[in-house]
Write a protein that binds this ligand. Structure first.
Ligand code: G
Ligand code: G
Ligand code: MN
Length: 253
C-alpha cells in the first residue's frame, strides 16, 4: 500500500534526473526450470522521498498523465538491456490501458524493436485485468495490430478484476497470469487450488499459456507443476533485481 505523497513534480523530476530504473524478475518454464524470460518492474528512488513503490507512483502517474512517459522510459531501457543480453530471452512489460489509447502506438513499439534487432515475439505486454478500461476503437486497433505483428499479450492479475471472461473473448491474449492471491493460499486452501485448476484448464482450452505468479515456496511450486501451469514466477525463484545483478546471479551465475 502507498504511504507517500507523490506529486506530478516528484515524478517529472525523477524522470529528468534519472531516478527511475528497471528491475527484472525471472520467469521460468515449469517443466524444466529453464529461464523463459523476465518481467520488467519499474523502480523509483527519489532523493527527497526515498524509495517509492510502484503502487504509489503508478496511480499518481496515471492521474497526472505521466504514465506514458514512464512506459516509454522503462521500455526503451528494457529493449536496450535485452539487445545487450540475449540470454534474457524475452521481456514482459506492464502496460497501462492509457498507453494503448495512443493512436498508432503499435508502430512505435514495432519500430523500437526493429531498431534494437529484437524479434517482436520476444516482447509481451501485460495488461492488468484489475483496472477498468474501455475497448475503444484505438485501443482495439493497437491490440489487434500488436498481435498481428507477433507481440505477446498477457492478461495480468487474472481473477480479481472486472468482467474477466468477456475480456478473454474480445482481446487476442496469448497468456494469462493467475493473480498471486490465489497462488499464495493454494497450499492450504482447497478452494484456491480448485480455482487454479479450472483456470489452467480453461486457459489451455483457449490455447493460451498460463503463468503462476507469486510462488514463494517449494510446496507451492510443486503444486503448480502438478496442476500444469506453463510458467512460474515468484520470490521462491528470484526477487526482481537490477540488470547487473540479474546477469551475475541468474544469467551467468
Ligand atoms: O514491483 P511491484 O514490484 O511492487 O509492482 C507493483 C505493481 O506495479 C504491479 O502491479 C506491477 O504490475 C506494477 N508495475 C510495476 N512496474 C510497472 C510499470 O512500468 N508500468 C505499469 N503500468 N505498472 C507497473
Ligand atoms: O501485478 P504484477 O503481477 O505486475 O505485480 C508484480 C508484483 O509482484 C511486483 O510487485 C513484484 O515485486 C511482486 N512479486 C513478485 N513475486 C512475488 C512473490 O513471490 N510474492 C509476493 N508477495 N509478491 C511478488
Ligand atoms: Mn505484471
Amino acid at each position: 500500500m502507498c504511504n507517500k505523497k507523490v506529486t506530478k513534480k516528484v515524478i517529472t523530476d525523477g524522470l529528468i534526473n534519472n531516478h527511475f530504473s528497471n528491475n527484472y524478475q525471472p520467469i521460468y518454464s515449469a517443466d524444466n526450470n529453464l529461464l523463459n524470460g523476465v518481467e520488467v518492474l519499474l523502480r523509483f528512488n527519489s532523493p527527497s522521498l526515498g524509495y517509492i513503490s510502484p503502487d504509489c507512483f503508478i496511480s499518481c502517474a496515471e492521474e497526472e498523465n505521466l504514465i506514458n512517459d514512464l512506459f516509454f522510459f522503462s521500455t526503451n531501457q528494457a529493449l536496450i538491456d535485452l539487445k545487450n543480453n540475449h540470454k534474457l530471452k524475452k521481456i514482459s512489460i506492464n502496460i497501462s490501458p492509457s498507453t494503448l489509447m495512443i493512436p498508432d502506438f503499435y508502430c512505435w513499439l514495432h519500430d523500437k524493436c526493429k531498431d534494437n534487432f529484437i524479434s517482436n515475439d520476444n516482447v509481451t505486454l501485460e495488461i492488468t485485468e484489475n483496472v477498468e478500461y474501455f475497448e475503444t476503437e484505438v485501443f482495439l486497433e493497437n491490440i489487434n495490430k500488436l498481435r498481428m505483428l507477433g507481440f505477446g499479450l498477457s492478461i495480468d492479475d487474472f481473477g480479481t478484476g472486472y468482467a474477466s471472461l468477456s475480456k478473454l473473448k474480445n482481446i487476442p491474449f496469448t497468456e494469462l497470469k493467475i493473480d498471486r492471491t490465489f497462488v499464495k493460499h493454494a497450499k492450504k486452501n482447497n478452494i484456491d487450488r480448485k480455482i487454479i485448476e479450472h483456470l489452467v484448464s480453461l486457459t489451455h482450452n483457449l490455447g493460451l499459456k498460463v503463468v503462476a505468479e507469486g510462488i514463494e515456496d517449494v510446496e507451492t511450486y510443486n503444486m503448480m507443476k502438478e496442476i500444469g501451469v506453463d510458467l512460474c514466477q515468484g520470490y521462491f525463484f528470484h526477487r526482481p533485481v537490477p540488470i547487473n545483478k540479474l546477469i551475475n546471479n541468474v544469467i551467468d551465475g
